[in-house]
Each structure stands twice: as C-alpha cells, then as structure tokens.
Design a protein around this ligand. Structure first.
Ligand SMILES: C[S@@+](CC[C@H](N)C(=O)[O-])C[C@H]1O[C@@H](n2cnc3c(N)ncnc32)[C@H](O)[C@@H]1O
Length: 268
C-alpha cells in the first residue's frame, strides 16, 4: 500500500548518506545463535562526527521532530528508526534535500527497521544520550499488544543502550497505551519486584526469563522517573511538536508525557 507521500515524485532516501545502507548494516551473522552479541555494531560510526552526542527516535514518522531538533542541535547526531518503508524513505528524502539545498542536517540519519530488534541485537551498551518515543502506535486490540514498543524486553534493551544518566522520553495521546507503559515503568523505576503483578492498571506480560533475572538480581533501580521538559524545537503549548501531536492537538486530545533516566550517572 502506498500513502502517496512523494506526491508522484519518486522519493530518494540517499542510502549511505541519509538512509542507512545495506553496506552499513549487513545482515546478522549466523554466530548470533550461539553468541547473541556478535551482531552488535556502533551506529555512531554512521555519522560524520561520531564522537558527538547521540540521540535516537523510535518511530520517526514523517520526521518533524528530527528535522526541527537536529537543526537546533548541529552537534548532536540523530538517528530516526522507522519501520514503515515509505515513511522512512519520505523522511530520508526530506533530510537529503535539506543537506543538498542548505548544507544542513548532516547530523541526521534514518534507518528503515524495527527499532526494538535493532536495540536488542545490534546496539552496543551505554552509547545513547536520549531515546525519543513520541505518539507510538497504540495497537489497541489485546492480540496486538505484543507489537507495542514498550515491553519488558525493550525496557531492558533501552536501559542497556542508554548511557548512565541517559533518558527515555515518552509522549502519547492514548490513555490505554499510557497505562500499559506505566505498568511497565513501575517494574523498572520503583521498588516493585519483577515477579509481582501490577496492582492497578492493565495486566502486562511477564518479563522473559533473562530480563526477570536481571530485575530480580538488581541492587539499584535501573531507572528513575523525572519530569518531561519540552525540547527547544517544540512550539508554544507543544510537548514536542511532532506531526501526530499537531494533528491530535487540533482534535482536542490530551497527552501524557514522562521521562525515565538511567541511574548511575549523568550523560552530557
Ligand atoms: C503514530 S506514528 C507517530 C510518528 C511520529 N513519532 C509523530 O509523533 O508524528 C508511529 C510511528 O512509529 C512507527 N513504528 C511503530 N513501531 C515501530 C518500531 N518498532 N520500530 C520503528 N518504528 C516503529 C510506525 O510505523 C509509525 O510511523
């Protein structure tokens, strides 16, 4: 199905320049079966200035947040991960044109992929300063809840990939999704034992065995809750200023926002 995002003009995602190319992200090696870490590679190497701050957006959609914020922060590298191919191509094309016309946005790359899979199998430990998750798909039917981005496995992988002091920033308009997110956050940012059921809110799946063992063995809380502060690019009365926020705001919807900070340090 095409969304017609190119309006009849072919999109050019500029692989290797904006879109992450197959050379930059080769297939997972067979050794992944015996060595789950053998597929790791450092995404910061995909940028011209690999030593800069590194932020990642899950579900970058049409790229409004990336375009706005990367313009204000040229010394931060931004990677947008988007699993809908046409949206990934649209955002890449948008960035490519800015690079060619104004020589800006050299600090943005876009990957067409499932971000949860990328975090679990590819991303090394302690490299991300901020992970942005805005207006994530709510998948309202129970049989689809497993497709929601926030799961115990993803909470573990986000924790592992964030630098100490790094942040997961979340905004959603969807109350059921927020309750689901909060039920997970309770296990990661409060003293609740991983095996204890959540008292209020929805029933959520148990953590996979390895993640549960991590939660049960931990000596300190993996994350601490902190309040959400709008990024510089957000407009007046906006939390972030993404396409979905602007659309939903016109419809009069209300939003929930929160931040989890990885404990054990301060990212800079
Ligand atoms: C509702 S849209 C929001 C887009 C944008 N963040 C905004 O606020 O305008 C959610 C986007 O997340 C993408 N998405 C959902 N799950 C994803 C995943 N696991 N990895 C990457 N992208 C994902 C969807 O394809 C969709 O484009």
């Amino acid at each position: 199905m095409s969304f017609g995002l190119g309006h009849g003009v072919p999109l050019d995602p500029a692989p290797g320049v904006v879109a992450i190319s197959a050379d930059e992200l080769p297939p997972l090696p067979d050794s992944i079966i015996s060595d789950p870490e053998s597929g790791r590679l450092d995404p910061r190497a995909w940028f011209k200035e690999p030593g800069n701050r590194f932020e990642l957006e899950i579900g970058s959609g049409k790229g409004a947040f990336l375009v706005q914020q990367a313009d204000l922060e040229p010394n931060t590298n931004f990677l947008g991960i988007e699993w809908a191919g046409e949206f990934a191509a649209y955002t890449s094309d948008r960035i490519r044109r800015r690079q060619e016309n104004a020589n800006t946005h050299r600090n943005v790359r876009v990957m067409h992929s499932d971000a949860a899979q990328f975090l679990q199998w590819r991303c090394p430990d302690n490299i991300i300063d901020v992970l942005h998750l805005y207006f994530s798909d709510p998948w309202p039917k129970t049989k689809h809840h497993k497709k929601r981005v926030i799961q115990h496995q993803t909470m573990f992988d986000i924790w592992r990939c964030l630098k100490p002091g790094g942040e997961l920033r979340v905004v959603t308009d969807h109350d059921d999704l927020w309750a689901w997110d909060e039920a997970h956050f309770e296990h990661w940012a409060s003293d609740k034992n991983a095996s204890e059921p959540t008292l209020a809110g929805p029933k959520i799946p148990e953590a996979p065995a390895k993640v549960r063992a991590f939660l049960d063995a931990r000596e300190a809380l993996p994350y601490e809750r902190t309040s959400f502060a709008a990024p510089e690019s957000a407009g007046e009365h906006e939390l972030v200023g993404t396409n979905f926020e602007r659309k939903f705001r016109k419809e009069g919807r209300s939003f929930n926002a929160g931040v989890l900070r990885k404990t054990g340090g301060t990212a800079n």
